[in-house]
Design a protein around this ligand. Structure first.
Ligand code: PLP
Length: 373
């Protein structure tokens, strides 16, 4: 475990199974989204595993992330689904990384780089159909057509992103889809046919098949987590990551004694306290003080007192026999119980995405691959 009694287990076989299962939901090509170090799972091992499953094109948020993947897997196609800067055009062209273009000036810079380097730059056009983040708007068709006239560019794709595909009510998502189709058709009528259209994220692949087009961008579902508690997550995906630690200390405190900073926990009865060497510097959010839970011996124990930077205390009074070095499950299965990032997110008013991305670099990732000898 690399010395530290806190670690995250990433099961690559589960990742494979999720990929194959998701592929049964769509005929479209899957572009795995591996931004933010594959949602905290580790981009390089995740990409390597998914290449072996047949994935050919990966999406990231930043040029830096794209460069890391290209350095390890030069043959793979990488797209930056977020913004890049104009002064990054040379790098994008040299490394054949696909940028998202949503401003004319950006396309001009890319075209100039491509001309100078005597290459053709691939790009995807982003349409803002209601997410309100980045993208050309419905009224910008003329500008997109000007991009099509710039030298040494190939507009390979056009895409949009849904604001509400994870909600039960899909009426706004349908409106966005309609807008996207209108822009695409207008461009086509003007003589610009773009081969790859994409719109669906994980929520879209599950409950919005009309949005699949040629390519789907899947992030959270590959990691076995549901995009929101509003959609039925029971499609057989399993969380890829588990988060564990070993108990560092066990003691019994008397009634009236307190635990941790600010003395926010006071024992109402003699309490058996287990200390776990994980804290907010590891991504164990302080907001879970006095309310989060962890599994130990297959049972739930409650966090007592404030979570510290490096340590957290549990009430294990009702769990007999807890001792130093026992394994604590922060996320994952133990016995018949399971803690998911979705549940942990619910405790602190956030989503599973933020939980897994928040597990800090200090927590070593341990890769488990049962198919490897
Ligand atoms: C992060 C992201 C995705 C993936 O979303 P999931 O909900 O994790 O599947 C897809 N498209 C864009 C533009 C994104 O930013």
């Amino acid at each position: 475990m690399g010395g530290r009694p806190v670690w995250a287990e990433v099961n690559l076989q589960t990742l494979r199974e999720n990929f194959y299962k998701l592929q049964t939901y769509t005929k479209s090509e899957i572009m795995p989204i591996v931004k933010a170090d594959a949602y905290g799972h580790g981009a390089i091992p995740v990409v390597k595993t998914l290449i072996a499953c047949g994935a050919q094109c990966f999406g990231v948020a930043l040029l830096q992330e794209a460069l890391e993947i290209k350095a390890a897997f030069p043959e793979v196609t990488v797209m930056v689904i977020g913004a890049t800067e104009r002064n990054e055009s040379d790098t994008l062209v040299e490394r054949d990384i696909i940028p998202t273009v949503f401003q004319l000036a950006q396309a001009q810079a890319l075209s100039e780089s491509a001309v100078r380097l005597n290459r053709t730059a691939r790009l995807h056009i982003k349409i803002d159909t209601g997410m309100g983040r980045i993208g050309f708007r419905e009224t910008d068709v003329a500008e997109i057509l000007r991009i099509a006239d710039l030298p040494n560019l190939f507009i390979e794709g056009i895409f949009t992103h849904f604001a509400t595909a994870d909600q039960r009510d899909l009426s706004f998502a349908r409106k966005q889809l309609k807008c996207f189709k209108t822009v695409y058709e207008e461009l086509k009528r003007a003589g610009l046919t773009i081969p790859i259209r994409h719109a669906a994220n994980s929520a879209g692949i599950i409950q919005f098949p009309e949005s699949h087009f040629e390519l789907v961008r899947l992030g959270i579902s590959l990691y076995g987590l549901t995009p929101s508690s509003q959609i039925d997550g029971n499609i057989g995906l399993e969380p890829v990551m588990a988060w564990k630690a070993k108990v560092s200390h066990v003691k019994t405190i008397n009634t009236g004694e307190t635990v941790s900073y600010g003395r926010t926990f006071q024992a109402a009865y003699p309490t058996v306290v287990a200390t776990v060497p994980v804290g907010y510097a590891d991504g164990m959010r302080r907001a879970l003080s006095n309310q989060g839970e962890m599994l130990i011996h297959g049972r739930r124990s409650t966090i007592i007192g404030r979570i510290c930077m490096d340590q957290t205390m549990l009430d294990v009074t009702k769990i007999p026999g807890v001792k130093v070095e026992d394994v604590v499950t922060i996320l994952g299965k133990d016995g018949n119980d399971q803690l998911t990032a979705t549940e942990m997110g619910d405790w602190m008013g956030t989503i599973s995405y933020e939980v897994v991305c928040g597990i800090s670099k200090r927590v070593p990732r341990v890769y488990i691959d049962p198919t490897e000898p």
